[in-house]
Design a binder for this molecule. Structure first.
Ligand code: TYC
Length: 124
């Protein structure tokens, strides 16, 4: 018995799949039509920190540096924006990563005895 090589399944194409179609003139040629891409980029979530009257500024700066990977100067600017405007965006992530950041901030605040609040919300 002759064994046949099996071809691997088609990998996903960056521009969407290609579907064979007949020429409209009824000719015998087969043309390839690109099917529009159906996948959308994933929804992103911004982590928003809220102001309060009790959490020390220094604590907020350290939290922003620690959990959002900002340098001290950027973290200070974000903290001051939150202090003045009431809230501010610390970073934008996929849903799960944003939820983890919120948990980390709330855990750190609770452990330190500060009322710091932070939420994640879909971008746009
Ligand atoms: N308003 C706080 C204070 O004056 C500082 C602060 C900044 C608290 C940002 C929370 O998310 C916050 N100590």
């Amino acid at each position: 018995m002759v064994s046949m090589a099996t071809s691997p399944p088609n990998p996903p194409r960056p521009g969407g799949p290609i579907a064979p179609a007949r020429q409209p003139d009824g000719g015998g040629e087969v043309v390839l039509e690109r099917v529009p891409q159906k996948v959308k980029p994933p929804q992103m979530y911004q982590v928003v920190m809220l102001n309060d009257d009790y959490t020390p500024m220094e604590f907020v700066v350290v939290v922003i540096q620690e959990f959002f990977g900002k340098d001290r100067e950027t973290a200070t600017q974000i903290m001051l924006k939150i202090h003045l405007d009431g809230k501010g965006i610390c970073g934008v992530y996929s849903r799960d990563v944003a939820a983890t950041k919120v948990d980390q901030v709330l855990d750190a605040a609770k452990q330190a005895g500060h009322p710091l609040q932070c939420v994640s919300e879909p971008v746009e």
